[in-house]
Design a protein around this ligand. Structure first.
Ligand code: AMP
Length: 170
């Protein structure tokens, strides 16, 4: 089973993906976590992407597609996976399709999470408060506004790509 968790920042994609991982043994793949790990490790990739992440912009499709392609080929993804934070652009969605098609696979379902904007601001504020000193640099109202703009302009248009394929039950 291959799932995509889809929704704006703060919608709860990571929380729900973690529950699905525990219950069904599907591997949660959070591209945000992978990028933050790269930043924390001080790798060349981490140095390259830190400023982009902190500003609320998107890391390049090229980097993200290579990262996911390598990750889903690992043994712990054999039973399936839940993508949390990928794809975020139409180019990423197309690249994902192509990489899965190489082995005759495809995405089984897209879980869409919808949350009011006011609530997103509250959640991000709470998340930053709870994390204290280790709060994410992009978890603040100003950067959230930017991230929501990026979501609307670049990520939300990915949804029709999947809807066109299989009309989902709502
Ligand atoms: P997240 O933890 O999913 O909110 O991601 C945090 C940040 O990592 C995003 O605001 C982007 O800067 C970057 N990022 C994560 N996933 C992607 C992706 N699929 N494409 C581009 N940038 C990403």
């Amino acid at each position: 089973m291959k799932l995509i968790m889809f929704g704006p920042p703060g919608a709860g994609k990571g929380t729900q993906a973690a529950r699905l991982e525990e219950r069904y043994g599907l591997k949660q793949l959070s591209t945000g976590d992978m990028l933050r790990a790269a930043v924390a490790s001080g790798s060349d990739l981490g140095k390259e992407v830190k400023a982009v992440i902190d500003s609320g912009d998107l890391v390049s499709d090229d980097i993200m597609v290579r990262m996911i392609e390598a990750r889903i080929a690992e043994a712990d993804c054999a039973k399936g996976f839940i993508l949390d934070g990928f794809p975020r652009t139409e180019a990423q969605a197309e690249a994902l399709d192509q990489m899965l098609a190489k082995t005759g696979e495809q995405i089984d379902a897209v879980v869409v999470m919808e949350v009011d904007e006011d609530e997103l601001f509250k959640r991000i504020e709470n998340r930053a408060k709870e994390a204290g000193d280790s709060a994410r640099a992009d978890d603040n109202a100003e950067t959230l506004r930017k991230r929501l703009g990026v979501y609307k302009n670049e990520t939300a248009p990915v949804l029709p790509f999947y809807e066109a394929r299989a009309p989902a039950e709502r």
